[in-house]
Write a protein of this length. Structure first.
Length: 232
């Protein structure tokens, strides 16, 4: 799935899966351009990353899609509509709307857990930013810096902000924002039910559309959802 998406986003480039080492591999290769003659870019899931972290990754040559998980690219409205037409649905638009409602229903059920996971990610990102200058400092000073850093994170405020943001997305029924914030690997399972397709068959159909029409609406929609770092 990830290689198919990578191919859709970069139809003229060679795509290699690096798994959890994508960030490190991309940065290492971009830092040693004298060893190769390639234009290196990476691609990672958005997950629960905030805009600050996304911007930092893009500056490092790593693209971050406008969906939380790669599965979300298969749930873009253009993709759903293409599948509805490919499967000869009598009313493709209604089928797409039914698939969207399935996402909304599940997102609403999981909003508590999703907001908590997002808050945790924000706190972890904040903790990773701890790096005071220690020249001339002692252990007590370092400890005081750490305590101050943790206090500034304000976990309660972060959690409240995350919950408020997700509730706002549900209230406004913003499907694009839902895909960006709903970090769920089972997303495809929900959207395939209105189509009467098994997830595996749905994925195969979408991959076929990407392969057969590299410049078609499905591949283009995925391409648009993946912000290339050199275009950020």
């Amino acid at each position: 799935m990830r290689l198919a998406v990578g191919g859709a986003a970069n139809s003229n480039e060679h795509v290699i899966g690096c798994g959890p080492c994508t960030k490190e591999a991309t940065r290492a290769l971009r830092a040693r351009e004298e060893l190769h003659h390639l234009a290196i870019r990476g691609l990672v899931d958005r997950d629960h990353r905030n805009e600050q972290e996304v911007a930092a990754l893009q500056e490092s040559g790593i693209a971050v899609p406008d969906v939380a998980e790669v599965e979300g690219l298969y749930c873009l409205p253009e993709v759903l509509l293409a599948v509805a037409r490919q499967s000869k649905s009598e009313d493709p638009v209604s089928r797409v709307e039914a698939a969207k409602r399935a996402v909304w229903d599940e997102f609403s059920k999981q909003i508590g857990q999703q907001s908590l996971e997002r808050a945790l990610a924000q706190v972890q990102f904040g903790l990773a930013g701890f790096g005071p200058r220690i020249a001339g400092a002692d252990v007590a000073g370092l400890e005081a810096e750490l305590v101050s850093h943790v206090e500034r994170l304000n976990v309660s405020a972060v959690a409240t902000e995350c919950r408020t943001r997700l509730e706002g997305i549900v209230s406004e029924r913003d499907y694009g924002e839902a895909l960006k914030h709903f970090n769920c690997k089972g997303l495809i399972t929900f959207v395939t039910r209105p189509f009467g397709l098994r997830p595996e068959a749905f994925i195969t159909m979408v991959n076929g559309l990407i392969r057969d029409e590299p410049d078609g609406e499905v591949a283009q929609a995925m391409r648009n959802a993946i912000k290339r770092p050199d275009a950020a």
